[in-house]
Design a protein around this ligand. Structure first.
Ligand SMILES: [Zn+2]
Ligand SMILES: [Zn+2]
Length: 396
């Protein structure tokens, strides 16, 4: 165990290293920003980030978890192992309007900075290149492939319009429902038909009514994707897609069962056959580890940054970081890079993600991530506190 002075020296050292690397990191960030690539197509981003890792002595594995644009980079050896998560996918038509160029760059920078002191610290640093946050949930495959086995803690920082340490995210499960009826002439022989659209509408209404009796942080929303061919034909086929979201896994299961119930009841009421398909993998809710977030906050504040207080607007989405957070203690603090009125997935957010102010904020976050990794690497009690909180929290 290192003395406080030694830890502070190491923390100073990683700050100096981030400053030294800043021109290179800005170049990486600007390259990603200028060459936006969509989910699972991030070939240039993965190539650039892995090249930089190799230049800095990381052992790189490309195409992990059978995802061509996923990768890992490992430096040091043994436990503890601290991971940084790099994201680098962009949005259709909007480029880096979620600022993942900054996420990839900050996590890269933190990994390089920690590596620069690994001759004096036991353990290892692990950069995980995570494709497709915006669509497809690349981290879900990474978790299932066991990429995080042996990792003690994981971090990434997301750019935002406010600085907050814990932002919850909803779990999400998708459902496709299809109803099969019988076509008939809608005027001449309606009594001979079985109306699949009626079933879809009844299910939609049933789910809408049910929504009044769900917790305020749950979300259920959907669209009818098929509703018939022509007004004079009783629809023999109708289909809809729904997302069911909740802050905890058990409640998500419960709600999903109730949505299925609405669909089955609608089928029964109309005499249709129903087919239910759950497409894709669950996004799991984000499981917070407050002691870990507080550690990051102390480091960030020691750099002169301030954390926003007061009521947090609860605009909750879902992210595949949730799946990582159910597997290993994970933080994803938000760092302000733009004014409040600019939200992510806006064009103005893409501009902020390439701005000097955006880079300045993210490099403060990069330093705080590297310093937090040092807390965990040098202080067994800190790591154990985080692990204990993580274990003590039931699966949400
Ligand atoms: Zn986004
Ligand atoms: Zn994002």
């Amino acid at each position: 165990m290192a003395s406080q002075d030694e830890v502070q020296q190491l923390k100073n050292q990683v700050q100096v290293e981030v400053d030294r690397l800043t021109p290179d990191l800005v170049a990486v960030s600007r390259f990603l920003h200028a060459n936006p690539e969509l989910a699972y197509e991030e070939r240039q981003a993965a190539e650039l980030l892995t090249d930089v890792l190799e230049q800095h002595g990381f052992a790189v594995q490309r195409g992990v978890a059978n995802l061509p644009t996923a990768f890992t980079g490992l430096a040091g050896s043994g436990a503890p192992r601290i991971a940084f998560l790099a994201e680098y996918d962009a949005l259709p038509g909007l480029g880096h309007a979620c600022g993942h160029n900054l996420i990839g760059t900050a996590s890269l920078g933190a990994a390089l900075a920690v590596r620069s002191v690994l001759d004096r610290v036991a353990g290892s640093v692990f950069l995980v290149g995570c494709p497709a946050e915006e669509k497809g949930g690349g981290k879900i495959a990474l978790v299932e492939a066991g990429i995080f086995a042996g990792t003690d803690a994981a971090m990434l920082v997301h750019p935002s319009n406010r600085t907050e340490m814990v932002k919850l995210a909803l779990g999400m499960r998708e459902l496709t429902v299809e109803f099969f009826g019988k076509a008939s002439h809608a005027a001449a022989a309606p009594d001979q038909g079985v109306n699949a659209l009626d079933a879809a509408v009844l299910a939609y209404v049933g789910i809408g009514v049910m929504r009044q009796q769900v917790r305020s942080d749950a979300r259920i929303h959907g669209i009818i994707t098929h509703g018939g061919q022509a007004p004079n034909i009783i629809p023999e086929y109708a289909a809809a897609r729904y997302y069911v979201r909740a802050l905890d896994l058990a409640y998500m299961d419960d709600l999903f069962g109730r949505v299925v119930g609405c669909c089955e009841a609608a089928a029964q009421a109309t005499g249709c056959r129903v087919k239910l398909t759950s497409v894709g993998k669950d996004y799991q809710p984000y499981k917070p580890v407050y002691s870990f977030a507080e550690m990051f906050q102390r480091n960030l504040e020691s750099l002169g940054e301030t954390v926003d207080q007061g009521p947090v607007d609860r605009e909750l989405g879902s992210t595949d970081v949730g799946n990582v957070s159910q597997t290993v203690p994970t933080i994803q603090p938000m760092i302000q890079i733009c004014p409040r009125e600019v939200a992510c997935h806006m064009t103005a957010f893409a501009d902020a993600a390439a701005s000097d102010a955006g880079h300045r904020a993210m490099f403060a976050a990069t330093k705080a991530m590297a310093m937090t990794a040092l807390d965990l690497l040098t202080e067994p009690a800190a790591l154990e506190r985080v692990a204990a909180e993580f274990r003590g929290r039931a699966a949400r």
